[in-house]
Write a protein that binds this ligand. Structure first.
Ligand code: NAP
Length: 206
C-alpha cells in the first residue's frame, strides 16, 4: 500500500508563502509568517533551536506532519535556502529528492537525511520518493513553483495550509498559475488556534 502525496505550508492571509527575494528570507515578513511554528516544542527540538516550547494543538500538527512523512520532494530554490539555514542534522530524517537541473552527488547529513538530486523531472522524483517512503506519505515540501507543478500534474492528493495572520502584499503566491479548470477541492478539516488557522483539503480532478 502506498501513502498519500501531500504538501503543508504556511501562507499569508493574502496568499503568499514567501517574500519575493531570498535576501528577505529571514526578514520580518518571514518571521511573521512562521510566528505560529517557531514556539512549538517539536519544531524547536527538530531544528535544534533550544529546549522547551509550546505543546498544544499547533505542536501536535507539526509533529503529525513530520511523522506521516516517509520522504520529501523539494525544488532547488527551497533546497538552496535551506542549505544555509538547516542545522548540520537537517530536520527531515528521511530521504529528500531535490528536483533540479544541477547534477550533484547525494548529500548525506547526520541523523538520516539524505538529499538526492533528480534531473529528469517531477514524476521521477515522486516515483523515487514513493519507493523510499514505503507505507508513509510523500511530502512535497516546497517551494511554490514545485508545489504548483505537482498540483497541475494531478499528483497531489491532499494539502494543508497554516493560514497566518499577516499580509505580504507581494512575494511568491502559492497558487499563481494553477490549472483551476482541472483541480477541484473538498474541505477535510478547519482548525483555528490562537496562532493560525489550519486548513486541510483533498484534491480531485474536475
Ligand atoms: N511558507 C512555507 O511554508 C514554505 C514552504 C516551503 C518553501 N517556502 C519558500 O519557497 C521559496 C522557494 O520557492 P520557489 O517557488 O522560488 O522555488 P522552488 O519550487 O523551491 O524551486 C524551483 C527550482 O527547482 C528546480 N526545478 C523545479 N521543477 C523542476 C523540474 N521539473 N526539472 C528540473 N528542475 C526543476 C529549478 O531549479 P534549477 O533549474 O536551478 O535546478 C527551479 O528554478 C523559498 O523562499 C522557501 O522559503 C515556503
Amino acid at each position: 500500500m502506498t501513502g498519500k502525496v501531500f504538501f503543508s505550508v504556511s501562507m499569508s492571509l493574502d496568499g503568499f508563502i514567501a517574500p519575493g527575494s531570498l535576501g528577505e528570507l529571514m526578514g520580518r515578513q518571514w518571521m511573521e509568517l512562521q510566528r505560529w511554528i517557531f514556539p512549538q516544542r517539536f519544531f524547536r527540538e527538530n531544528l535544534k533551536l533550544g529546549e522547551g516550547g509550546e505543546e498544544g494543538r499547533d505542536n501536535d500538527i507539526v509533529r503529525e506532519t513530520f511523522e506521516r512523512t516517509g520522504a520529501s520532494v523539494m525544488g532547488r530554490r527551497m533546497f538552496d535556502a535551506g542549505e544555509q539555514m538547516w542545522p548540520e542534522e537537517a530536520p527531515f530524517h528521511t530521504p529528500v529528492f531535490v528536483v533540479t537541473h544541477e547534477k550533484r552527488d547525494p548529500w548525506e547529513r547526520p541523523g538520516g537525511t539524505v538529499f538526492h538530486f533528480v534531473n529528469d523531472g517531477i514524476e521521477t522524483a515522486l516515483d523515487q520518493a514513493r519507493q523510499a517512503a514505503g507505507d508513509r506519505d510523500v511530502r512535497i515540501a516546497g517551494g511554490g513553483a514545485t508545489i504548483l507543478e505537482y498540483v497541475n500534474a494531478g499528483l497531489v492528493d491532499e494539502f494543508s495550509i497554516a493560514l497566518s495572520p499577516v499580509l505580504f502584499g507581494s512575494g511568491i503566491r502559492l497558487f499563481e498559475g494553477v490549472d483551476a479548470g482541472r483541480v477541484a477541492l473538498t474541505q477535510v478539516r478547519a482548525e483555528p488556534t490562537q496562532r493560525a488557522t489550519h486548513l486541510t483539503y483533498a484534491v480531485r480532478e474536475r
